[in-house]
Design a protein around this ligand. Structure first.
Ligand code: GLN
Length: 547
């Protein structure tokens, strides 16, 4: 097997940025000419995060092949610029699901099915599947979710402990990310939590090779030596992961520390020198904007920034492409109505309504969209945001007063957005069916679908292509029965399924920039190449701000 494995565990507490650290290390190894993939192992019982509330778990990231995954996969794609798939994320629930299915099928006939070896074997199989086939990468980084010491994470840790002896010490590396707090009153960094965390890891048989210390400021040499001594790692294997204001600086900071160099040496990787020009340019461009635009995000999950992670990044990318800083103003849609819209959006150069589920806050979104349409403020609606734009237009321009989505008002006379009970899944080549009572997990229109772009539209100006592929995650669709009525009133359907069966993009030509899409373009935006629709939206906002 040519693939080398790097296991990343976290200690002391969560939210230390394991995903960003793993992605940044992957990006650095890539610039050294290596092929890299990353996998996230999540210890919770949900089969995937698709059924979780964004407040619980942050955004659900969707891959081309229609997997609903952990938001860290978004970081992986943004840093590595390679598409992730179903293979790149698994959970305890998914592992148990497979083992139980095998048990029922009779695959283990005669045996007592246990965590060790059956669950751990299934985990190992999932990890090793990354190294299958001709396209096996040089390096696979495996990020283990949660914190060392959690009961839930134990089977994953046991599996990686076993893997080390199975695939050979030279082919594996354990990196442990911990917190090294700086105590201002004592004027020094404190290493005790790190020592305890490593002790915890050792008690389950894992000796870290590298310790990555999350800290406010770089850790002095003597402290690093102390950590090395007490945690039994090389003196030059303790690195600082300092807080940065711009997350795209992390790979450069790691490089300055010599982190990737040490990894390459320890794993004997055939790596050339790192080529960091594109990362340096990215950081330079994002740190030197020529102005600022303010974008209002009108949504329901505004108290948890993680809920709109990819969206946030895509807007930042749009800003970098236009050389402006993008200030985001999160507006709780439940607080917006027609009487306060003008006051709420004063100073905003663009309004964005993101995806979402459920009726709560929808009328506020519609009020925000009406304001954007009437006051000619650039508007971008994504998924639910597009659906709300259609409802708003149907109500206030086409005069269909009770227009609504079947999701919110199944009794509405004008269900301009409706549940498609039967559709052709081009991936499985099956006609799929569903109704309002269908299972909620994994039953949406998910993943990449083709979209045909009508020439001479704003969508075409953005994409410059006749056909694109974009990622979906929704149940409801534009109701074709209203295409003619709304079209006559000035709504343009600039993106549709190639056979014209589904509306994917709507726009209002008679407006500075008003566009809604049924898919989630934010999942495909990259720091070095902003998604075309975000680039154009920020460009319109920049014009609005007269920069
Ligand atoms: N709730 C809507 C639907 O299911 C929109 C989903 C979304 O915005 N992702 O179609």
């Amino acid at each position: 097997m040519k693939t080398k494995f790097i296991f990343v565990t976290g200690g002391v507490l969560s939210s230390l940025g394991k995903g960003l650290a793993a992605a940044s290390l992957g990006a650095l190894l890539q610039t050294r000419g290596l092929t890299v993939t990353i996998q996230k192992l999540d210890p919770y019982i949900n089969v995937d995060p698709g059924t979780m509330n964004p407040f619980q778990h942050g955004e659900v990231f969707v891959t081309d092949d229609g997997a609903e995954t952990d938001l860290d996969l978004g970081h992986y794609e943004r840093y590595l610029n390679v598409p992730m798939s179903r293979k790149n994320n698994t959970t305890s629930g998914a592992i148990y699901n497979q083992v139980i299915a095998k048990e029922r099928h009779g695959d283990y006939l005669g045996a007592t099915v246990q965590v060790i070896p059956h669950i751990t074997d299934e985990i190992k199989r999932t990890v090793l599947s990354l190294a299958d086939g001709d396209s096996a990468p040089d390096v696979a980084i495996i990020e283990i979710g949660g914190t060392v010491g959690d009961i839930e994470g134990l089977p994953f840790l046991e599996a990686i402990r076993q893997l080390r002896s199975e695939i050979g010490r030279d082919n594996c590396l354990n990196i442990h990310l911990t917190l090294v707090p700086y105590l201002r009153c004592a004027g020094e960094h404190k290493t005790k939590p790190t020592q305890h965390s490593v002790k915890e890891l050792l008690s389950i048989g894992i000796q870290p090779d590298i310790i990555l210390c999350r800290c406010e400021q770089s850790i002095p040499l003597e402290m690093r030596k102390k950590i090395a001594l007490f945690c039994n790692v090389d003196e030059d294997a303790v690195f600082s992961s300092v807080d940065v204001s711009n997350i795209y600086e992390v790979p450069l900071k790691f490089y300055e520390e010599g982190f990737d160099q040490k990894v390459a040496i320890m794993l004997r990787l055939p790596a050339r020198n790192a080529h960091l020009e594109s990362w340096e340019k990215l950081v330079h461009d994002s740190s030197n904007p020529q102005g600022k635009v303010t974008i209002a995000i009108v949504g329901k999950y505004v108290d948890l920034k993680e809920a709109y992670k990819s969206l946030h990044e895509a807007l930042v990318h749009g800003g970098i492409a236009n050389r402006v800083e993008v200030e985001l103003r999160y507006v709780n849609s439940e607080t917006v109505d027609s009487s306060n819209a003008a006051a709420t959006f004063v100073g905003c150069d663009g309004i964005l309504v993101p995806g979402g589920f459920g009726y709560r806050g929808v009328e506020g979104k519609i009020a925000a969209i009406r304001y954007a349409r009437e006051q000619r403020v650039p508007f971008f609606g994504i998924c639910l945001g597009m659906q709300c734009a259609v409802i708003e237009f149907a109500r206030h321009v086409a005069g269909l007063e009770d227009a609504n989505s079947e999701e919110f008002d199944p009794k509405s006379e004008h269900k301009v957005i409706y549940l498609m009970t039967e559709w052709f899944d081009f991936r499985t080549k099956n006609v799929e069916t569903r109704d309002a009572e269908s299972d909620k997990g994994g039953t949406m229109r998910l993943g990449a679908y083709p979209c045909r772009i009508l020439p001479e539209t704003r969508a075409y100006t953005a994409y410059q292509q006749n056909q694109v592929e974009e990622r979906h995650r929704h149940r409801y669709e534009f109701n074709d029965a209203y295409r003619k009525t709304l079209g006559e009133k000035g709504m343009l359907f600039s993106g549709t399924a190639p056979d014209d069966s589904l509306v994917e993009i709507i726009e209002l030509p008679d407006h500075p920039w008003f566009l809604g899409c049924q898919f989630h373009p934010e999942f495909k935006s990259r720091p070095m190449s902003a998604h075309p629709l975000f680039r154009e939206f920020i460009k319109a906002a920049k014009q609005q701000a007269r920069i």
